[in-house]
Ligand binder design. Structure first.
Ligand code: SF4
Length: 113
């Protein structure tokens, strides 16, 4: 087991910086000092690639095919919601806002839950 002190949680935007992470292999098994949201966020992420690059109608697909399908869905949507955005860089969030504006849609973050 490895213990990483003073880790920063970036889940909700509070950026708590006193998290102590306990790892076993590629998995985080404990996030001491994290709230319930932070604990869940840390312990349900892994460095292992468990999923395909994309899913189209539930079937594995290449990243390129996934991007094409997403663009098609968004282009046909009446009022698309760009949602989530946690764990994104500032540049990616800026692109998401531009995408929502260009589509005539709306944007929201996961914190509205
Ligand atoms: S999710 Fe919890 S631990 Fe993580 S930054 Fe927010 S308040 Fe802190």
């Amino acid at each position: 087991m490895t213990v990483v002190p003073h880790a920063v949680c970036t889940f909700c935007g509070c950026t708590c910086d006193d998290i102590e992470l306990h790892t076993e292999g590629a998995r985080i098994v404990k996030a001491r000092n994290a709230c319930r949201l932070g604990e869940s966020w840390f312990t349900h992420h892994t460095a292992e690639a468990d999923y395909p690059e994309a899913l189209i109608d539930g079937e594995p697909a290449s990243l390129e095919a996934g991007v094409e399908a997403a663009a098609d869905f968004l282009a046909r949507a009446d009022y698309p919601l760009i949602y989530g955005l946690s764990n994104l860089t500032c540049e990616a969030q800026r692109n998401a806002v531009e995408l929502a504006e260009s589509l005539g849609g709306v944007i929201d973050s996961h914190s509205s839950l």
